[in-house]
Design a protein around this ligand. Structure first.
Ligand code: NOJ
Length: 499
């Protein structure tokens, strides 16, 4: 079956190559994204408490590539009106940003609400409303209050209640102004990178164990906040709520190699399916291959119970269908080359549970070691989502390219152009229901463990200057033209030639 799919994908790609679409369908919307810890700064100001990224970057600065932190970042806490000016220049329909849990609830729990946090986000929301820019707001973009991490963070089942309470506060306080919510940004990064590894804070590195405890709790917390919104707030606030799932799309390096085809599918199930399958499929629950693989490995390790178990019927039903749209963050594609376990894989681990080897030797490069430029992989992912998840309405909630910060950022422009072109292909040729697109990111910001060494913004930010001046890059004009005309720009100054 997977083999047949790849043959069809190949044939479709051949047919597609001759047609160049440039116009976006009516109603398609464009936005740009940021996240609280990456831009706000003011890390300990006016009642905000420490979050897990403050803790990591202060106590283990050697873990951040350039030793920077989010103490000031882009200073958006003080300069949010500059952010709004930039958004206005771009002409975006919506602005995706996230709320800082530790700014709103310094203890992490609902027992103490920080009035300054409420004030800050109301000011930002009012400034956006004045410019007619819709907010698309993420509740959790990785900056967990340290108080909750001290209790085990996402490995603790009590997090389901804490997150629900936090979501409740946000819906109650901001729900008349915010009509589009995202519960979690990139659950894979949260569970695998932060708990199963040390690639993200709090860097727990409980490989093969903490990552799965996290996914059990995170998916339940997502479902509970969805139901809360659906039952209590939606009837009066009329908004929508979704989750943003990230993907590195895995493809067989040789589509005629049956083993690689199967392994790529297993890898996609472990990566995207881990969080998408429980929410977006008819049967619900974790992907069968994941449950089987982990059970087999766990038995071999002598465990009496698998490290990951399927949800019971109650939770399968409770989690299923809890997202109005499929939010996709996508940047890159990796190639699967064959069976066997990567010799660097820890034991036990998510990677070992997959049993596949991936290589990045594909496409053009960027400033991020993990980000290779493979526009056609995006189209393949989107077609796969359509067929795997029953043709869901899709928002691209992130897509973007890193460099070292050049102002004439032709590589970024080409990336956007080629990836957006693939979106047009799947909309028109395959009927994939993509409704909107979000570029990452408004301005260069704190790129987690890469600090400011990898830059994704439309605006360059000088972090050596306390005023944090922002300078427009050429890609900002490209995006502005695209949005103004709802069409891929043809202007020669962008140095891109349409197919
Ligand atoms: C995904 C994350 O959501 C965002 O925070 C990050 O900066 C970008 N990818 C680029 O790595």
């Amino acid at each position: 079956m997977a083999m047949l799919t790849w043959t069809i994908i190949g044939l479709l790609a051949l047919c597609h190559s001759s047609i160049a679409y440039t116009k976006f369908p009516p109603g398609f919307t464009f936005g740009v994204a940021t996240a609280s810890h990456q831009i706000e700064g003011a890390w300990n100001v006016n009642g905000k408490s420490e979050n897990v990224w403050d803790r990591l970057s202060h106590t283990r600065p050697e873990m951040i590539a350039d030793g920077t932190n989010g103490d000031i970042a882009c200073d958006s806490y003080n300069r949010y009106l500059e952010d709004v000016e930039e958004l206005e220049y771009l002409g975006v329909d919506f602005y995706r940003f996230s709320l800082s849990w530790a700014r709103l609830l310094p203890t992490g729990r609902i027992d103490h609400v920080n009035p300054d946090g409420i004030r800050y986000y109301n000011d930002l929301l009012d400034a956006l409303a004045e410019k007619n820019i819709e907010p698309l707001v993420t509740l959790f973009h990785w900056d967990l209050p340290q108080t909750l991490q001290d209790l085990g963070g996402w490995t603790n089942p009590k997090m389901i209640d804490y997150f629900r309470d936090y979501a409740d506060l946000c819906f109650k306080e901001f729900g008349t102004k915010i009509k589009s919510w995202i519960t979690f940004n990139e659950p894979y990064e949260i569970c695998e990178d932060a708990y199963g590894d040390e690639k993200k804070a709090p860097a727990i590195n409980s490989h093969g164990v903490g990552n799965y405890l996290c996914s059990d709790n995170l998916l339940k917390a997502h479902a509970e906040s969805y139901h809360l919104y659906n039952e209590t707030y939606r009837p009066v606030q009329n908004g929508r709520i979704m989750i943003s799932i990230n993907s590195i799309w895995y493809e067989p390096s040789d589509p005629s190699n049956a083993e690689q085809v199967v392994l790529a599918e297993v890898a996609n199930q472990f990566k995207f399916g881990w969080f998408a399958h429980p929410i977006f499929t008819v049967e619900g629950g974790y992907p069968a291959v994941m449950v089987e693989n982990v059970a087999r490995q766990s038995a071999a390790e002598g465990l009496s119970k698998p490290r990951l178990e399927q949800f019971d019927d109650y939770w399968i039903q409770r989690i299923k269908g809890t997202s109005d749209f499929l939010g996709i963050n996508h940047y890159t594609t990796w190639l699967v080359t064959g069976a066997g376990v990567d010799p660097t894989a820890k034991s036990p681990s998510w990677l070992k549970d997959i049993g596949a080897v991936a290589t990045m030797e594909v496409g053009g490069d960027s400033a991020s070691e993990w980000l290779r430029v493979v526009p056609t992989g995006f189209a393949n992912l989107l077609r796969w989502c359509k067929s795997s998840y029953n043709d869901p309405p899709i928002y691209i909630t992130e897509n973007g390219f890193s460099d070292l910060g050049t102002l004439l950022d032709y590589d970024r422009i080409k990336y956007y152009n080629d990836y957006l072109s693939e979106i047009l292909n799947v909309i028109y040729d395959d009927g994939v229901n993509v409704l909107g697109y979000t570029a990452w990111t408004l301005m260069d910001n704190f790129e987690w463990r890469a600090g400011f060494s990898e830059r994704f913004g439309f605006y360059y930010v000088n972090i050596t200057d306390p005023e944090r001046p922002r300078t427009k890059k050429l890609s900002a004009d490209y995006y502005r033209d695209l949005i103004a005309n709802r069409e891929l720009p043809q202007d020669k100054r962008y140095k891109i030639s349409q197919k």
